[in-house]
Design a protein around this ligand. Structure first.
Ligand code: PLP
Length: 451
């Protein structure tokens, strides 16, 4: 462990030089300085040990310290330290083939980048160019749902429909439109039998009203994750897929969080029968966060348009580090472990048990709804169950702080909608033990009971 002086120096340098992500500096308070990790746990420089209930930023799916993954990266770096994908290399070839196999359908062609934001940016460019080369140059608009996050870069932020994240970065890029999410708990169509189906029909209506000849794609997560773990009813995604097909609009599935087992299926869209997205974007769990990697997988039939003869018909998009050989080698090893350890089936099974325990919280006066799939849970907190008035940020902050004191890190849907940062979010590493998960649930129960 570091001496007091060494620690103080580090904190001072942190405060002076390091700009943290979505972090409000508070006089006298310091962020946790993580020092080491093992499995689902990590230690800070003071020697405090924490269970990581949000897998870093929903990405550390296999937990810390997987030597096999580290070795795969090191071996690849020694063998071929770098090579751009203007050429080709074995790890990228193998990983793209693996992704295509896992996605099912008729086959996919994958473009690699470095992050989820870039994967979505790439998808937008591919969709626009595809339509232009398919005789529909006017198709440029994208539809996304309120509460969804699709990334931090300006295009992906424009698709993001979370007001608080966009304030002061306006104006967004033109051509990004937002619709009602399938959020039955707060649906304006509450009395209807399945309000999510009305939310689906609103996409149809928006495309018609905008003019289908102007709409390029609909982008959505199968389950809205950071926006508050919002899970659609069974028919929703199928209906959206039908609507997209009817209007010749590409269905872009953002699997950045939900991909690779997080929700108890290899990909989140696989919960919804008959849905085969045109484009699938991935990052995070693709490498379990060991190295950065984003991926945009496109149905082979769409890719065909990029092979046609003609000036500028190829995809003129490049990423220096996208598909780095070491990142792809890590991705391959990560997927090998996920399959070998049957992680997806494990998450589906254990996820149900943990969700059952979390659902007991519904008897608490401030718990409005408990939602979950696999190892992705949202606990929506309200002042009053009748009015569904959201609890304050202070209330949510107290629960998160209380869990942290007990050694459990949990998150919330921060910066989503003004006044609605009221969903606690839990997304632990997929390899977490049952005992640890039960302790985490216990910590949340006690934190709520103490208030
Ligand atoms: N899409 C979703 C659903 C996300 O949750 C995120 C990040 O949290 C992104 C895209 C952007 O990914 P990145 O932070 O790697 O750019």
């Amino acid at each position: 462990m570091k001496t007091e002086v060494a620690k103080q120096t580090l904190i001072e340098k942190d405060q002076k030089h390091l700009w943290h992500a979505v972090y409000k500096e508070v006089e006298g308070a310091n962020p946790i300085i993580a020092a080491s990790g093992e499995g689902s746990w990590f230690n800070d420089i003071d020697g405090n040990r924490y269970f990581d209930g949000v897998s870093g930023l929903w990405c550390l799916n296999l937990g810390h310290g997987r030597k096999e993954i580290v070795d795969a990266a090191a071996e690849q770096m020694m063998k071929l330290s770098y090579s751009p994908l203007t050429l080709s290399h074995e790890p990228a070839i193998e990983l793209s083939a693996k992704i295509s196999e896992l996605l099912g359908g008729e086959g996919y062609k994958t473009f690699f980048s470095n992050s989820g934001s870039e994967a979505n940016e790439t998808a937008f460019k591919i969709a626009r160019q595809y339509h232009a080369q398919n005789g529909n140059p006017g198709k440029y608009k994208f539809i996304s749902r309120y509460r969804a996050y699709h990334g931090s870069t300006l295009g992906a932020l424009s698709a993001t429909a979370q007001a608080n994240r966009k304030l002061k970065y306006d104006p967004p890029a033109p051509g990004f439109l937002h619709v009602q999410p399938p959020y039955s708990y707060r649906s304006p169509f509450g009395d209807t039998q399945d309000p999510d189906m009305i939310a689906a029909e609103m996409i149809d209506q928006m495309i018609t009203w905008e003019g289908a000849e102007t709409v390029a794609g609909v982008i959505m997560e199968p389950i809205i994750s950071g926006g508050g773990v919002i899970i659609p009813s069974q028919g929703y995604l199928q209906r959206v897929a039908e609507i997209c097909k009817k209007h010749n609009v590409l269905l872009i599935m953002d699997e950045v969080v939900s991909g690779f087992g997080r929700t108890g299926k290899m990909f989140g869209f696989m919960h919804y029968e008959g849905v085969q997205p045109d484009i699938v974007t991935m990052a995070k769990g693709l490498t379990s966060g060991y190295l950065p990697l984003g991926a945009t997988a496109v149905k082979s039939e769409i890719y065909k348009k990029f092979k046609e003869e003609g000036i500028n018909n190829h995809f003129r998009h490049v990423s220096t580090y996208g598909g780095h050989p070491a990142s792809c080698a890590v991705g391959l090893k990560n997927l090998e472990i996920i399959e070998r350890e049957n992680i997806v089936a494990r998450v589906a099974h254990l996820g149900e048990i943990i969700l059952g325990e979390l659902k007991e919280l519904i008897s608490h006066k401030n718990v409005g709804e408990v939602r979950g799939a696999g190892f992705l849970y949202g606990i929506e907190l309200v002042e009053d169950k009748e009015t569904k008035t959201p609890v304050t940020d202070t209330f949510v902050g107290k629960i998160i702080a209380s869990c942290k004191e007990k050694g459990f890190i949990i998150g919330k849907n921060g910066d989503t909608v003004p006044g609605f940062s009221n969903v606690l979010i839990i997304a632990p590493p997929l390899s977490s033990t049952e005992a640890d998960l039960k302790r985490l649930v216990e910590a949340v129960k006690i934190a709520l009971a103490e208030l």
